[in-house]
Write a protein that binds this ligand. Structure first.
Ligand code: FE2
Ligand code: FE2
Length: 351
Protein backbone atom coordinates (compact mmCIF):
# COMPACT_ATOMS: atom_id res chain seq x y z
CA UNK A 1 0.00 0.00 0.00
CA UNK A 2 1.36 3.42 -0.91
CA UNK A 3 2.23 5.66 2.01
CA UNK A 4 1.25 9.36 1.83
CA UNK A 5 2.46 12.16 4.06
CA UNK A 6 0.02 15.08 4.40
CA UNK A 7 1.31 18.38 5.77
CA UNK A 8 -1.28 21.07 6.57
CA UNK A 9 -1.57 23.45 9.52
CA UNK A 10 -5.36 23.53 9.17
CA UNK A 11 -6.56 20.63 11.29
CA UNK A 12 -10.00 20.52 9.63
CA UNK A 13 -8.46 20.24 6.17
CA UNK A 14 -6.06 17.63 7.45
CA UNK A 15 -8.86 15.53 8.93
CA UNK A 16 -10.90 15.80 5.69
CA UNK A 17 -7.98 14.71 3.54
CA UNK A 18 -7.03 11.90 5.89
CA UNK A 19 -10.59 10.58 5.91
CA UNK A 20 -10.83 10.70 2.10
CA UNK A 21 -7.50 8.92 1.55
CA UNK A 22 -7.24 6.40 4.38
CA UNK A 23 -9.36 3.74 2.65
CA UNK A 24 -6.89 3.61 -0.30
CA UNK A 25 -3.54 4.63 1.19
CA UNK A 26 -1.57 4.47 4.37
CA UNK A 27 -1.65 8.10 5.59
CA UNK A 28 0.55 10.03 8.00
CA UNK A 29 -0.77 13.52 8.82
CA UNK A 30 1.32 16.30 10.38
CA UNK A 31 0.57 19.97 11.01
CA UNK A 32 3.87 21.74 10.21
CA UNK A 33 6.94 21.68 7.97
CA UNK A 34 9.16 20.93 10.98
CA UNK A 35 7.09 17.89 11.87
CA UNK A 36 7.21 16.70 8.27
CA UNK A 37 11.01 17.02 8.10
CA UNK A 38 11.35 15.25 11.45
CA UNK A 39 9.13 12.42 10.18
CA UNK A 40 11.24 12.10 7.03
CA UNK A 41 14.46 11.80 9.02
CA UNK A 42 13.50 8.29 10.11
CA UNK A 43 10.75 7.31 7.68
CA UNK A 44 10.01 7.46 4.03
CA UNK A 45 6.82 7.77 2.00
CA UNK A 46 5.71 7.52 -1.62
CA UNK A 47 4.16 10.96 -2.02
CA UNK A 48 3.82 14.19 -0.03
CA UNK A 49 0.76 16.43 -0.02
CA UNK A 50 2.13 19.77 1.11
CA UNK A 51 0.18 22.88 2.09
CA UNK A 52 1.69 26.10 0.76
CA UNK A 53 0.54 28.61 3.34
CA UNK A 54 1.73 27.56 6.77
CA UNK A 55 3.11 29.70 9.60
CA UNK A 56 6.90 29.61 10.20
CA UNK A 57 7.95 27.40 7.29
CA UNK A 58 5.84 27.61 4.13
CA UNK A 59 5.40 24.79 1.61
CA UNK A 60 8.10 26.11 -0.76
CA UNK A 61 10.66 26.17 2.05
CA UNK A 62 9.74 22.65 3.16
CA UNK A 63 10.05 21.40 -0.42
CA UNK A 64 13.48 23.05 -0.82
CA UNK A 65 14.70 21.30 2.35
CA UNK A 66 13.36 17.94 1.17
CA UNK A 67 15.06 18.36 -2.23
CA UNK A 68 18.41 19.09 -0.51
CA UNK A 69 18.42 15.56 0.93
CA UNK A 70 19.44 13.14 -1.83
CA UNK A 71 17.62 10.24 -0.22
CA UNK A 72 14.34 12.20 -0.27
CA UNK A 73 14.80 14.30 -3.39
CA UNK A 74 12.82 11.94 -5.63
CA UNK A 75 9.64 11.80 -3.53
CA UNK A 76 6.90 13.44 -5.60
CA UNK A 77 5.23 16.44 -3.98
CA UNK A 78 1.72 17.73 -4.66
CA UNK A 79 0.98 21.18 -3.30
CA UNK A 80 -2.26 21.95 -1.52
CA UNK A 81 -3.43 25.48 -2.20
CA UNK A 82 -6.45 27.57 -1.34
CA UNK A 83 -5.15 30.02 -3.94
CA UNK A 84 -6.37 29.71 -7.48
CA UNK A 85 -3.87 32.36 -8.56
CA UNK A 86 -2.20 31.11 -11.79
CA UNK A 87 1.09 32.67 -10.67
CA UNK A 88 1.12 30.54 -7.52
CA UNK A 89 0.23 27.48 -9.59
CA UNK A 90 3.01 28.15 -12.06
CA UNK A 91 5.50 28.71 -9.21
CA UNK A 92 4.45 25.33 -7.70
CA UNK A 93 5.30 23.49 -10.91
CA UNK A 94 8.40 25.54 -11.64
CA UNK A 95 9.90 24.79 -8.24
CA UNK A 96 9.50 21.06 -8.72
CA UNK A 97 6.04 20.08 -7.48
CA UNK A 98 4.47 17.34 -9.54
CA UNK A 99 0.98 18.83 -9.33
CA UNK A 100 -1.28 20.92 -7.09
CA UNK A 101 -4.72 20.35 -5.60
CA UNK A 102 -6.96 23.27 -4.69
CA UNK A 103 -8.77 23.49 -1.41
CA UNK A 104 -11.47 22.82 -0.35
CA UNK A 105 -10.82 19.26 -1.52
CA UNK A 106 -13.10 17.50 -3.97
CA UNK A 107 -12.59 13.88 -3.01
CA UNK A 108 -12.69 12.32 -6.50
CA UNK A 109 -10.42 14.96 -8.00
CA UNK A 110 -7.95 14.56 -5.15
CA UNK A 111 -7.94 10.75 -5.45
CA UNK A 112 -7.41 10.74 -9.20
CA UNK A 113 -4.63 13.39 -9.07
CA UNK A 114 -2.83 11.38 -6.42
CA UNK A 115 -3.22 8.12 -8.31
CA UNK A 116 -1.92 9.74 -11.56
CA UNK A 117 1.05 11.17 -9.71
CA UNK A 118 1.89 7.77 -8.20
CA UNK A 119 1.55 6.04 -11.59
CA UNK A 120 3.82 8.62 -13.21
CA UNK A 121 6.38 8.23 -10.46
CA UNK A 122 6.35 4.42 -10.80
CA UNK A 123 6.87 4.81 -14.54
CA UNK A 124 9.74 7.25 -14.01
CA UNK A 125 11.43 4.83 -11.60
CA UNK A 126 11.03 1.91 -14.03
CA UNK A 127 12.48 4.01 -16.84
CA UNK A 128 15.45 5.22 -14.85
CA UNK A 129 16.16 1.67 -13.60
CA UNK A 130 16.05 0.43 -17.19
CA UNK A 131 18.28 3.26 -18.36
CA UNK A 132 20.77 2.46 -15.62
CA UNK A 133 20.75 -1.24 -16.54
CA UNK A 134 21.28 -0.40 -20.22
CA UNK A 135 24.09 2.01 -19.42
CA UNK A 136 25.83 -0.68 -17.36
CA UNK A 137 25.35 -3.16 -20.22
CA UNK A 138 26.75 -0.75 -22.82
CA UNK A 139 29.76 -0.06 -20.61
CA UNK A 140 30.29 -3.79 -20.17
CA UNK A 141 30.15 -4.40 -23.93
CA UNK A 142 32.57 -1.57 -24.50
CA UNK A 143 34.98 -2.86 -21.90
CA UNK A 144 34.85 -6.33 -23.42
CA UNK A 145 35.58 -4.82 -26.85
CA UNK A 146 38.53 -2.89 -25.51
CA UNK A 147 39.89 -5.97 -23.72
CA UNK A 148 39.31 -7.96 -26.93
CA UNK A 149 41.27 -5.38 -28.92
CA UNK A 150 44.04 -5.29 -26.35
CA UNK A 151 44.23 -9.09 -26.38
CA UNK A 152 44.37 -9.10 -30.19
CA UNK A 153 47.22 -6.59 -30.11
CA UNK A 154 48.95 -8.67 -27.49
CA UNK A 155 48.53 -11.90 -29.44
CA UNK A 156 50.82 -10.46 -32.14
CA UNK A 157 53.51 -10.06 -29.53
CA UNK A 158 54.56 -13.64 -28.84
CA UNK A 159 56.68 -12.82 -25.82
CA UNK A 160 54.24 -11.15 -23.46
CA UNK A 161 51.18 -13.47 -23.36
CA UNK A 162 48.79 -12.54 -20.58
CA UNK A 163 50.53 -9.23 -19.81
CA UNK A 164 47.33 -7.19 -20.30
CA UNK A 165 45.22 -9.34 -17.98
CA UNK A 166 47.95 -9.64 -15.35
CA UNK A 167 48.80 -5.93 -15.27
CA UNK A 168 45.08 -5.17 -14.94
CA UNK A 169 44.89 -7.45 -11.92
CA UNK A 170 48.02 -5.86 -10.46
CA UNK A 171 46.52 -2.38 -10.90
CA UNK A 172 43.35 -3.58 -9.14
CA UNK A 173 45.35 -4.82 -6.12
CA UNK A 174 47.46 -1.66 -6.08
CA UNK A 175 44.37 0.58 -6.32
CA UNK A 176 42.78 -1.29 -3.45
CA UNK A 177 45.86 -0.61 -1.29
CA UNK A 178 45.89 3.05 -2.39
CA UNK A 179 42.24 3.47 -1.44
CA UNK A 180 43.07 2.43 2.14
CA UNK A 181 45.72 5.14 2.51
CA UNK A 182 44.96 8.29 4.52
CA UNK A 183 44.08 11.13 2.07
CA UNK A 184 43.64 8.48 -0.59
CA UNK A 185 42.78 9.18 -4.19
CA UNK A 186 39.00 9.15 -4.74
CA UNK A 187 37.56 5.67 -5.27
CA UNK A 188 35.79 6.85 -8.45
CA UNK A 189 39.19 7.90 -9.87
CA UNK A 190 40.86 4.60 -8.91
CA UNK A 191 37.97 2.66 -10.48
CA UNK A 192 38.61 4.50 -13.74
CA UNK A 193 42.33 3.71 -13.56
CA UNK A 194 41.46 0.00 -13.14
CA UNK A 195 39.11 0.13 -16.15
CA UNK A 196 41.66 1.97 -18.28
CA UNK A 197 44.64 -0.28 -17.44
CA UNK A 198 43.99 -2.89 -20.20
CA UNK A 199 44.40 -0.11 -22.79
CA UNK A 200 47.94 0.87 -21.82
CA UNK A 201 49.68 -0.96 -24.68
CA UNK A 202 47.02 -0.55 -27.42
CA UNK A 203 49.53 1.52 -29.39
CA UNK A 204 51.49 -1.66 -30.11
CA UNK A 205 49.02 -2.21 -32.95
CA UNK A 206 51.02 0.39 -34.86
CA UNK A 207 54.36 -1.36 -34.26
CA UNK A 208 55.72 -3.59 -36.99
CA UNK A 209 55.32 -7.37 -36.44
CA UNK A 210 59.00 -7.87 -37.14
CA UNK A 211 59.91 -5.70 -34.16
CA UNK A 212 57.09 -6.86 -31.91
CA UNK A 213 58.01 -10.52 -32.41
CA UNK A 214 61.75 -10.10 -32.35
CA UNK A 215 63.56 -12.67 -30.21
CA UNK A 216 66.39 -10.96 -28.37
CA UNK A 217 67.20 -7.34 -27.66
CA UNK A 218 66.21 -4.42 -29.91
CA UNK A 219 68.65 -2.37 -31.94
CA UNK A 220 68.46 1.37 -31.12
CA UNK A 221 66.33 1.90 -34.26
CA UNK A 222 63.96 -0.90 -33.34
CA UNK A 223 63.71 0.42 -29.80
CA UNK A 224 62.75 3.87 -31.02
CA UNK A 225 60.06 2.25 -33.24
CA UNK A 226 58.78 0.31 -30.21
CA UNK A 227 58.69 3.50 -28.14
CA UNK A 228 56.15 4.98 -30.55
CA UNK A 229 53.46 2.71 -29.03
CA UNK A 230 52.92 5.22 -26.23
CA UNK A 231 52.04 8.16 -28.49
CA UNK A 232 50.12 5.90 -30.88
CA UNK A 233 48.28 4.39 -27.91
CA UNK A 234 47.10 7.81 -26.75
CA UNK A 235 45.82 8.59 -30.24
CA UNK A 236 43.98 5.27 -30.56
CA UNK A 237 42.44 5.48 -27.09
CA UNK A 238 41.22 9.00 -27.84
CA UNK A 239 39.77 7.82 -31.14
CA UNK A 240 37.93 4.86 -29.59
CA UNK A 241 36.61 6.54 -26.47
CA UNK A 242 35.96 10.18 -27.29
CA UNK A 243 32.25 10.97 -27.30
CA UNK A 244 31.42 7.49 -25.97
CA UNK A 245 32.90 7.64 -22.49
CA UNK A 246 32.85 10.52 -20.03
CA UNK A 247 35.68 13.04 -20.47
CA UNK A 248 37.48 12.21 -17.20
CA UNK A 249 37.74 8.52 -18.10
CA UNK A 250 38.95 9.32 -21.63
CA UNK A 251 41.69 11.55 -20.20
CA UNK A 252 42.79 8.90 -17.69
CA UNK A 253 42.95 6.19 -20.38
CA UNK A 254 44.84 8.53 -22.74
CA UNK A 255 47.33 9.46 -20.01
CA UNK A 256 47.92 5.83 -19.11
CA UNK A 257 48.63 4.88 -22.74
CA UNK A 258 50.72 7.99 -23.38
CA UNK A 259 52.84 8.23 -20.25
CA UNK A 260 53.23 4.74 -18.74
CA UNK A 261 56.91 4.66 -19.81
CA UNK A 262 57.79 8.03 -18.29
CA UNK A 263 60.16 7.91 -15.29
CA UNK A 264 60.14 9.96 -12.08
CA UNK A 265 63.67 11.29 -12.79
CA UNK A 266 62.75 12.45 -16.31
CA UNK A 267 64.66 9.72 -18.17
CA UNK A 268 61.58 7.97 -19.61
CA UNK A 269 59.70 8.39 -22.87
CA UNK A 270 57.98 9.75 -24.95
CA UNK A 271 58.18 13.27 -23.45
CA UNK A 272 60.80 12.92 -20.71
CA UNK A 273 58.34 14.22 -18.10
CA UNK A 274 59.49 14.06 -14.49
CA UNK A 275 57.99 13.92 -11.00
CA UNK A 276 54.42 15.08 -10.70
CA UNK A 277 54.41 16.29 -14.31
CA UNK A 278 53.63 12.66 -15.07
CA UNK A 279 49.92 12.06 -14.54
CA UNK A 280 49.42 9.95 -11.42
CA UNK A 281 47.44 7.31 -13.35
CA UNK A 282 50.50 6.72 -15.55
CA UNK A 283 52.77 6.54 -12.47
CA UNK A 284 50.46 3.85 -11.06
CA UNK A 285 50.46 1.95 -14.37
CA UNK A 286 54.26 2.12 -14.66
CA UNK A 287 54.69 0.13 -11.44
CA UNK A 288 52.23 -2.59 -12.50
CA UNK A 289 53.74 -2.73 -16.00
CA UNK A 290 57.34 -3.11 -14.86
CA UNK A 291 56.50 -5.53 -12.07
CA UNK A 292 54.78 -7.86 -14.53
CA UNK A 293 57.67 -7.63 -16.98
CA UNK A 294 60.10 -8.57 -14.17
CA UNK A 295 58.27 -11.61 -12.86
CA UNK A 296 57.20 -12.92 -16.28
CA UNK A 297 59.15 -14.81 -18.87
CA UNK A 298 60.15 -12.67 -21.83
CA UNK A 299 61.98 -13.75 -24.97
CA UNK A 300 65.10 -12.05 -23.66
CA UNK A 301 64.89 -13.24 -20.03
CA UNK A 302 63.61 -15.87 -17.63
CA UNK A 303 61.14 -14.72 -14.93
CA UNK A 304 62.86 -13.08 -11.98
CA UNK A 305 62.20 -14.36 -8.46
CA UNK A 306 59.90 -12.22 -6.31
CA UNK A 307 62.91 -11.26 -4.18
CA UNK A 308 64.81 -10.00 -7.19
CA UNK A 309 61.79 -8.27 -8.76
CA UNK A 310 60.83 -6.44 -5.57
CA UNK A 311 64.42 -5.41 -4.88
CA UNK A 312 64.70 -3.98 -8.42
CA UNK A 313 61.47 -2.02 -7.82
CA UNK A 314 62.76 -0.86 -4.41
CA UNK A 315 66.04 0.34 -5.94
CA UNK A 316 64.10 2.21 -8.65
CA UNK A 317 61.84 4.08 -6.23
CA UNK A 318 62.69 7.76 -6.58
CA UNK A 319 64.43 7.27 -9.97
CA UNK A 320 62.04 5.29 -12.15
CA UNK A 321 59.05 5.34 -9.83
CA UNK A 322 57.14 7.90 -7.77
CA UNK A 323 58.63 7.51 -4.24
CA UNK A 324 55.29 7.59 -2.41
CA UNK A 325 53.52 5.25 -4.83
CA UNK A 326 56.55 2.95 -5.02
CA UNK A 327 56.58 2.51 -1.24
CA UNK A 328 52.89 1.60 -1.22
CA UNK A 329 53.38 -0.77 -4.16
CA UNK A 330 56.06 -2.65 -2.22
CA UNK A 331 53.53 -3.12 0.57
CA UNK A 332 51.32 -5.03 -1.89
CA UNK A 333 53.89 -7.86 -2.06
CA UNK A 334 51.85 -10.53 -0.19
CA UNK A 335 48.76 -9.96 -2.40
CA UNK A 336 50.82 -9.77 -5.59
CA UNK A 337 52.72 -12.97 -4.82
CA UNK A 338 49.47 -14.75 -4.03
CA UNK A 339 48.04 -13.51 -7.34
CA UNK A 340 51.00 -14.65 -9.42
CA UNK A 341 51.21 -17.97 -7.57
CA UNK A 342 47.61 -18.80 -8.35
CA UNK A 343 45.62 -16.95 -11.01
CA UNK A 344 48.50 -15.91 -13.23
CA UNK A 345 49.90 -19.41 -13.45
CA UNK A 346 46.47 -20.61 -14.57
CA UNK A 347 46.33 -17.71 -17.00
CA UNK A 348 49.61 -18.83 -18.56
CA UNK A 349 48.05 -22.24 -19.16
CA UNK A 350 44.90 -20.77 -20.72
CA UNK A 351 46.68 -18.36 -23.05
FE1 FE2 B 1 54.05 -0.11 -22.94
FE1 FE2 C 1 52.82 -2.98 -20.88
Amino acid sequence: MYHLLIVDDDKINLATAKKALSSVYKVTAVTSGEQALRFLQNNTCDLILLDINMPEMDGFEVMAKIREDLSLADIPIIFLTADSDPQVESRCLKEGAMDFITKPFVQNVMLSRISHALELEALRRDLSAELEARTIHIKYIQEMMVIGMATMVESRDLSTGGHIKRTSMVVRIFAQKLSNEPDSLPKSFLDKVIRAAPMHDLGKIAVDDRILRKQGRFTPEEYSEMKKHSVEGQRIVQHILEGVEEAEFVKIAENIAHYHHEKWDGSGYPDGLSGEEIPIEARIMALADVFDALVSKRCYKEPYSYDKAFSIIEESVGTHFDPKLGKIFLECRPELQALYDSVCNDLEKII
